[in-house]
Design a protein around this ligand. Structure first.
Ligand SMILES: Cc1ncc(COP(=O)(O)O)c(C=O)c1O
Length: 440
């Protein structure tokens, strides 16, 4: 028998340990229990409707109820519901998926390594970087640079790379050879009076000084999201990657572009790397690869790294890394159906067209509000910085939970998310038409 709201809430409180949730708040307030989704709309158990302002968790990019994807999943489950890829095992659907992904890479890539989540994919990237430098006989070149406010996942090493203190405190993190540099948020972090371009050069100098201080022979890689997501929806300041990348190249530091949320069109280009004209050595994707219908991630590996791994393989022996669900055939079927829809429905062009409309409309609607310090974003990523004082930019005290008030609630009817009670983030599913965009 289906549960009603009350018994579902009670059973949830008594049984579920929720990720990224305050246990105290949850025990007091209970869950919002979602019941169904269709397109960009969600309905909870009590029949209340929401606009899915978060595209699930940055993943249901094509909206709910896409029969092409659910049928591909059902068909593959019936035909070959699982096989692994260890010890040279493979399946046709997985091979086709790898080919289709490589064909869409922003720069020529040599291989795709599959996993089940953004976190496991970034853990794979980290291990690949260390493996590569060991094969090259550079045992000291292991340190990884990340940015404050970055989000790269919740594994031990990926949470260490993540620059959010809430994910470090009480978990004994960060761990390992991780260094954090300043978050590239012009509004909050720039010294007074600097233009965005000057701020970018300032951050490039900081990076260069760090590499020289630590020793270039110890620095292996730099991780970056094209637009920072979970850490506050922060597009790079003007000229940022232009200033940063030559320094990485100069010191032979690999660039890992984390496209877990920006891949597959969110920024109006197939990849964020294309929007910001960056050439990743390693690219991480997940979420949108199956539009959230099946857990799957894909790491792209550039030829220069693959060639070393292939050339040294006899000496190195077995590549001792992988997951049971690396190369899951059902995930591959879901991904193939997703990629087909993205192509056939010109989804990326749609975001390129509607993204500026979303940004402009939101600016006109809220920028003058006394609580709004900054409206920022790119494509279908949009963030509003809530401030107590518009002139000084002073944030609200965390305890006031102002951001919470703007989040998933029956009063706004918009499912969204705040960070640190000061930001309100929207990442629209991009199946939207101009009409549904305006209504929202
Ligand atoms: C940029 C980025 N990288 C990695 C991850 C981790 O992905 P997952 O939650 O699938 O492990 C996320 C999740 O939101 C993300 O936004």
């Amino acid at each position: 028998m289906p549960l009603d709201q009350q018994s579902a809430a009670r059973a949830d409180r008594d049984s579920l340990f929720h990720p990224f949730t305050s246990v105290a708040d949850h025990l007091r307030d209970g869950p919002t229990v979602m019941a169904e989704g269709r397109g960009v709309r969600l309905k909870d158990l009590e029949g209340r409707e929401y606009l899915n302002g978060m595209a699930g968790l940055w993943c249901v990019n094509l909206g709910y109820g896409r029969r092409e994807i659910t049928e591909a999943i059902a068909g593959q489950s019936a035909k070959l519901s699982f096989f692994h890829a260890f010890n040279s095992m493979s399946s046709e659907v997985v091979i086709r998926c790898a080919q289709e992904l490589l064909a869409r890479a922003p720069v020529p890539m040599a291989r795709v390594f599959f996993g089940a989540s953004g976190s496991d994919a970034n853990e794979t990237q980290l291990k690949l970087i260390w493996y590569y430098n060991n094969l090259l006989g550079r045992p000291k070149k292991k340190k990884i640079i990340s940015r404050w406010n970055a989000y790269h996942g919740s594994g031990v090493m990926t949470a260490s790379l993540t620059g959010l203190p809430g994910m470090h405190t009480l978990f004994d993190l960060p761990m390992g050879p991780v260094l954090h540099v300043t978050c590239p948020h012009h509004y909050r972090k720039s010294p007074a009076g600097m233009s965005e371009r000057e701020f970018s050069r300032h951050l490039a100098r900081e990076l260069q000084e760090l590499i020289e201080r630590e020793g270039p022979d110890t620095i292996a890689a730099f991780f970056a999201e094209p637009v920072m997501g979970a850490g506050g929806l922060i597009p790079p300041p003007e000229g940022y990657f232009e200033a940063i990348v030559p320094i990485l190249r100069k010191y032979d530091v690999l660039l890992v572009v984390d496209e877990v949320i920006s891949g597959f069109g969110r920024l109006g280009t197939y990849w964020g790397s294309q929007r910001f004209k960056i050439e990743p050595d390693l690219l991480t994707s997940a979420k949108g690869v199956t539009s959230g219908y099946f857990p799957m991630s894909a790491c792209f590996v550039a030829p220069k790294i693959w060639q070393v791994i292939a050339a040294e393989s006899n000496r190195a022996g077995l590549f001792g890394h992988g997951y049971t669900y690396s190369a899951h055939p059902v995930g591959a079927a879901a991904a193939l159906a997703t990629l087909k829809i993205i192509d056939e429905e010109s989804v990326v062009a749609n975001v390129a067209k509607l993204g500026p409309v979303l940004q402009q409309e939101m600016r006109s609607a809220v920028a003058d509000h006394p609580w709004v310090g900054e409206v920022r974003g790119a494509g279908f990523m949009l963030g509003i910085e809530l401030v107590q004082d518009k002139v000084s930019g002073a944030p609200f005290p965390k305890e006031q939970l102002v951001g919470d008030g703007c989040c998933a609630s029956s009063s706004t009817g918009v499912s969204s998310r705040e960070r640190s009670a000061i930001r309100w983030c929207l990442r629209h599913p991009w199946c939207s038409s101009a009409r549904s965009l305006m209504r929202s």
